[in-house]
Design a binder for this molecule. Structure first.
Ligand SMILES: NC(=O)c1ccc[n+]([C@@H]2O[C@H](COP(=O)([O-])OP(=O)(O)OC[C@H]3O[C@@H](n4cnc5c(N)ncnc54)[C@H](OP(=O)(O)O)[C@@H]3O)[C@@H](O)[C@H]2O)c1
Length: 216
């Protein structure tokens, strides 16, 4: 893990231990828990918020989706990150150091993908929130903030396992995603994390709000 950083990991479960890692158990689908969260451990030089938690939700065409799943997917993918960004800006506004917000977005937020309507629309909303935030900060002279929306590409994680396991009768691209795995075309989570860290360490090299990890 990067030296000099203290990392706070927010999720429901954790099986990782590191000297400079602190696990913060939280269910990001719970409005009360997310609203209560405060950023009270700020870095002197730099404080970074990475909105990484996400879920693919129901993989099925419109007409067959479950109402609760639609709500939960939007909550975890876009509402919780929006609440956290709002709290982050409020809690860090008087902080002297640099502040950086990185949302883990997806190519799926830029074009439609069969049976992923909820996931696609949740990521599109996240991107536009971040673009608006970036403009707001710029027009108010808040130059200590940097905002990025990062598309990681297809990464070999539990989410890809879920995608491969989706019912092929409901998900017309099922075969394509299974081939990505068998053809070893998924990128590694370590490589994605390394590239994310490059953006954190060298934000000025990434002047656009939207960054694709496939591009470097
Ligand atoms: N993998 C890809 O190919 C790919 C492509 C494009 C974008 N992305 C994006 O990359 C990000 C990471 O995805 P991933 O592939 O690593 O997915 P993943 O393997 O399914 O991991 C999801 C992460 O989100 C956390 N999470 C999910 N629901 C949560 C909840 N209710 N409360 C708290 N934490 C929750 C999980 O932790 P717990 O289960 O412990 O809570 C886990 O750490 C997501 O935003 C995803 O949309 C992934």
């Amino acid at each position: 893990m990067a030296e000099g950083y203290i990392v706070y990991g927010l999720s429901r479960s954790n099986d990782w231990e590191q000297e400079n890692y602190r696990f913060v158990p939280i269910d990001l689908s719970n409005l009360e828990a997310v609203s209560r969260f405060r950023f009270n451990q700020l870095g002197e030089e730099l404080t970074v918020l990475v909105n990484n938690a996400g879920m693919i939700g129901d993989i099925s065409p419109v007409g067959l989706q479950d109402a609760e799943s639609i709500q939960k997917t939007h909550f975890v993918n876009t509402i919780a990150p929006q609440i956290l960004m709002n709290t982050f800006v409020r809690d860090t506004q008087d902080q002297k150091g640099k502040k950086h917000i990185l949302n883990i977005s997806s190519g799926a937020g830029k074009y439609p993908i069969d049976a992923w309507s909820v996931y696609c629309s949740s990521k599109a909303a996240l991107d536009l929130f971040a673009e608006t935030l970036k403009e707001e900060l710029q027009s108010r002279g808040e130059d200590s903030y940097t905002v990025h929306s990062v598309s990681p590409g297809v990464v070999d994680t539990q989410m890809q396992t879920e995608i491969r396991e989706a019912d092929p009768e409901l998900f017309l691209l099922s075969d394509k995603f299974r081939k990505l795995k068998t053809n070893q075309e998924l990128s590694s989570p370590i490589l994605a994390a390394d590239k994310l860290f490059q953006i954190i360490e060298n934000p000025s090299q990434f002047p656009e709000n939207l960054v694709s990890l496939r591009d470097f």
